[in-house]
Design a protein around this ligand. Sequence first.
Ligand code: SAM
Ligand code: SF4
Length: 314
Amino acid sequence: MKDHFQREIDYLRISVTDRCNLRCFYCMPEEGVDKKSHRDILRDEEIIEAVNAAVKIGLKKIRITGGEPLVRKGIYTLIEKISQVSGVQEIVMTTNGLRLKGNVKKLKDAGVKRINMSLDTLNPETYKTITQSTLHLEHEQLIQELIENEMMPIKLNAVLLRGINDHEIPDFIALADRFDIQVRFIELMPIGHLNYDYKTHYISKDEILKKYPELMFEQKHLIAEVYTIKNKRGKIGFINPISHHFCDQCNRLRLTADGKLKPCLHTNNEIDMRKHNQQELIEIFKSAIEQKPKQHQLNKKSNPIHRSMNKIGG
Ligand code: SAM
Ligand code: SF4
């Protein structure tokens, strides 16, 4: 279905939990998640009902996200059920990777086609600083496991944070080359508790390109700008919601773990999806598409986004 601005909306991002095994300082509020009871989180059946309604109006690609999707109990069964909904063409996942080891095949068998793994630093000490956790991610082994299971293209997402991980850009470029994968640099967004403090750590794409002339523009691919690296394998992608917003390419709706449908990541508008029958759910999806704004107003101080990212589903 097309929205008012002729964008074809065919992509649903489903946050299956707002809980997480990390506490990335820019994503999760300091106090962590307010412990929602299981009753507040959509049950498998409610998610399947929503997916059934979504496919009827043409949403056919699903991303499973969170919070950390792999901490949801029964996640493999849920994915399998989603993949059995007639009309679902592709399921992909975004994860911090901590529960991925040894499980890539299981996810693939359940129906996941591709995995975006988030990793903001290759340095164990910086990992502790960013994630506020002592857990450790064996990223090279995980990339190898993704390659062995042909989960291509492999994308590794890093939010660049001035003064924290920006000096690691050459290390990320080397990693993209070593495994021939795409590393995507994401601009930090002023969402949730972060609000307008984000400028301390925010870095724009243009600043990076000035410093690293070996990055050569290749193409725009949906919301990402993809660059090749001179004399190296692999690619660098940029996702620039702030400096070069990509709202004209927006093709998505978001379903939060507590059952709210969000027409846009960057507004506070949300529609309650719970306790509705199938026909009502279809109407709610249509209405959400009609409510999609032309573009976000993130740069305007007057419009802060209340939910933190772990509660929206990044
Ligand atoms: N836990 C999973 C993970 O980290 O991949 C999935 C959920 S997480 C909210 C999805 C993505 O959102 C991560 O890549 C994370 O770095 C990104 N993210 C969270 N808060 C953000 C912010 N304020 N600005 C930009 N990206 C953010
Ligand atoms: Fe958890 Fe992902 Fe947020 Fe980090 S970015 S706190 S891993 S949900």
